[in-house]
Write a protein that binds this ligand. Structure first.
Ligand SMILES: Cc1cc2nc3c(=O)[nH]c(=O)nc-3n(C[C@H](O)[C@H](O)[C@H](O)COP(=O)(O)OP(=O)(O)OC[C@H]3O[C@@H](n4cnc5c(N)ncnc54)[C@H](O)[C@@H]3O)c2cc1C
Length: 419
């Protein structure tokens, strides 16, 4: 087996699989080092419709159409008292296939995506635990990994870190910074025999506040079979993880009891599998690229789960990185400035979603009420919920919203990497 590649990608999640497929389609030699055997569990099951265009380039639309994943056509919000907002239907503004998307079981989805990368020519090693990006001064030149208990070294012209929340390279280079205002934890599980809606609403993501607004729940219908739904609570760790005892299932049950919107939906339901816990997931890296390296997906940064933007941003980052690396290799210039040329555009899109995230967490503000008072901005909100945040003017909504509430300042990348 060769140990020298055009590109090595650490991590075979949606970001890594997207970059690997597109680089292989560009004719580049690619190696993906993935720690686990697939399928493996992962959080992050609700997609945004804008993933459609990346799926099209990857050639997986038919697989998704033929899958038994539930179709998502809208997002709905439920208040602390249980009052339901009108759903924000994506297809109302643009009645086409690309305005809908899928709610996915990540074990199945991630395997399908990584298998597709392999089918397109990428090499994938499962059970490869990357330990270190090998640096020659400022330049990344390869990856050291543990495989079958042995240390192996692989070299490449470019290394992509797509290792998700592990963030191997951003930690190695000390680039990671938490988003101080979005300090949250989450407890979540899958339930069967849930009260799922019919027809157009069957696959709606529902965001429900708990009674005292200490936290919120996601409701993500996954499969009609067994009426399977993903349910998770998000709240500050100071509330969710303090004085609760050792059993995460008890904490989740307590919070379900605090959420009026869930009572009828879970009345006959039964939890299957374990309750997962995660915390401190909102952060970003001060840089997106350097000489011979690029960070994509959660390895670069993660905003917040509320609008289900993680996989869309991970795939978009993978797409941008693959195209930038292909061009950089063609021109023989893999400097950070070249590889990170898309960084500014990417973080501007991330910032659009981040502003709406801050609005959601503002206790004195209701997005539903804002839209009722400013109907012409309803379309902007729906476009953000779709993920239409690249090349778009949707940011204008924040000029008006910013007069009502405090919104976060821009995301800045360190100088020197933006072309
Ligand atoms: C509570 C919560 C809820 C969320 N809900 C949603 C949602 O509904 N919709 C949505 O779009 N997003 C959601 N997200 C975000 C979503 O999970 C991520 O944004 C998305 O998975 C990022 O994809 P990725 O490819 O960057 O990373 P990952 O999907 O995490 O993939 C990284 C891969 O790298 C591998 N890896 C890690 N370290 C190493 C190593 N050292 N060597 C080799 N391999 C390694 C891992 O095994 C993994 O397979 C949620 C996140 C949280 C925390």
């Amino acid at each position: 087996m060769t140990t020298n590649y055009d590109c090595i990608i650490i991590g075979g999640g949606p970001a890594g699989a997207t970059a690997a497929t597109l680089l292989a389609k560009h004719g580049r030699s690619v190696l993906v080092l993935e720690r686990y055997a697939f399928p493996r569990h992962h959080v992050g099951e609700s997609l945004m419709p804008q993933t459609y265009w990346t799926f099209k380039r990857l050639g997986v639309l038919d697989k998704l159409r033929q899958s038994d994943f539930v179709t998502k056509e809208s997002v709905q919000f439920v208040t602390a008292s249980g009052k339901e907002s009108a759903p924000f239907y994506f297809t109302d503004r643009d009645p086409n296939e690309w305005s809908k998307t899928w709610q996915v079981r990540r074990d199945e989805f991630d395997k399908m995506m990584l298998d597709n990368a392999e089918a397109n020519g990428a090499s994938v090693i499962h059970g490869a635990n990357a330990r270190e990006v090998i640096m020659d001064g400022e330049r990344a030149t390869g990856v050291r990994a543990m495989i079958d208990g042995k240390t192996r070294e692989f070299t490449a012209k470019v290394v992509i870190d797509a290792s998700g929340q592990s963030g191997l390279l951003s930690r190695q280079l000390g680039l990671r910074e938490p988003d101080q205002k979005l300090k949250n934890a989450s407890f979540y599980a899958h339930y069967r025999n849930c009260e799922m809606e019919e027809g157009r609403n069957a696959g709606a993501t529902i965001i429900m506040h708990t009674r005292d607004r200490n936290g919120w729940f996601w409701w993500i219908p996954l499969k009609q079979k067994d009426r399977l739904v993903s349910v998770g609570v998000v709240a500050p760790p100071s509330y969710l993880c303090t004085g609760r005892g050792d059993d995460p299932a008890m904490t989740l049950d307590e919070e379900i009891g605090n959420c009026p919107g869930l009572q009828s939906r879970l009345a006959k339901a039964e939890r299957i599998g374990k309750v997962y816990v995660t915390a401190d997931f909102s952060y970003r890296s001060r840089r997106m690229a350097g000489d011979g390296w690029v960070l994509i997906g959660d390895a670069f940064g993660f905003l917040d789960p509320v609008y289900s933007s993680g996989v869309m941003l991970a795939m978009k980052g993978g797409e941008y990185a693959a195209d930038a690396i292909h061009k950089a290799l063609t021109d023989g210039d893999t400097s950070g400035a070249r590889l990170g040329a898309f960084g500014q555009r990417f973080v501007a899109a991330m910032q659009t979603i981040r502003q709406l995230v801050y609005a959601f967490y503002n206790e004195d503000f209701s997005i539903g009420q804002f839209v009722r008072e400013n109907p012409k901005y309803g379309d902007h909100i729906v476009r953000i919920l779709i993920g239409d945040v690249f090349n778009s003017e949707v940011g204008a909504v924040f000029d008006v919203m910013g007069q009502r509430i405090e919104l976060p300042g821009p995301i800045e990348l360190e100088e020197g990497i933006i072309a």
